[in-house]
Write a protein that binds this ligand. Structure first.
Ligand code: IMP
Ligand code: MG
Length: 190
């Protein structure tokens, strides 16, 4: 294998066309709900995973809005299991009295969104809602955690369209599953 190429074996789970179509519909639904509210709107993308999702979503939103990213790390290095969400940047003060929309790539244990919602409430926003592209774990009472979801997917580790494994694959334009042999020994045994 040429070291400048991604290895074979990554399977397409959701292709570019399906992503684009779903993102447009999610944006429409979000915009209708935001239009029914009074006051400014701030989108809070969770970096780095929601980078592509956010950039596509916001191009469908016509209304005035601000963007205040935060960085959360929950899967350090070559881990495929959450080690607990840790905020790496301060919660922006500018969220006070605005309608906040947290945007994340994927909802798994719900830990990331729970931590963010708790920290954001402390700065006094007008409201907080969350929007994720993917939802992996359907056992939770999800509506309490996340109001907008793109796709429900099986409990597999996925990469692409912003999502990484050990920092790689974020630039793939589709969502794909990673074959077992590319996942580290530590995680395969955990
Ligand atoms: P949670 O805190 O367990 O809900 O996990 C959410 C975070 O874990 C997401 O923001 C992702 O960064 C990361 N994550 C969860 N599942 C995957 C996956 O399958 N691939 C890549 N990252 C994932
Ligand atoms: Mg993330």
């Amino acid at each position: 294998m040429n070291s400048n190429e991604y290895p074979e074996g990554i399977k397409v789970l959701i292709d570019e066309e399906r992503i684009a179509e779903r993102v447009a519909r999610l944006a429409k639904q979000l915009e209708e709900d935001l239009d029914a509210l009074q006051g400014p709107v701030t989108l809070v993308p969770v970096m780095t995973g929601s980078m592509l999702f956010t950039s596509d979503l916001i191009r469908h939103l016509q209304r005035p809005l601000r963007i205040a990213p935060v960085t959360v790390q929950s899967y350090p290095g070559s881990s495929t299991r959450s080690r607990g969400a840790r905020l790496q940047t301060p919660i922006p003060d500018a969220l006070k009295d605005t309608h906040v929309v947290i945007i994340d790539d994927i909802l798994d244990s719900g830990g990331t969104l729970a931590v963010l919602r708790r920290l954001m409430k402390a700065v006094g926003p007008a409201s907080v809602r969350a929007c994720v592209l993917l939802r992996k774990n359907v056992e939770h009472d999800i509506t309490a955690i996340c109001e907008y979801t793109g796709f429900d997917i099986p409990d597999r580790f996925v990469v692409g369209y912003g999502l990484d494994y050990d920092g790689l694959y974020r630039n793939l334009p589709f969502i794909g599953t990673l074959p077992e042999h590319l996942i580290g020994v530590e995680d395969a045994e955990a």
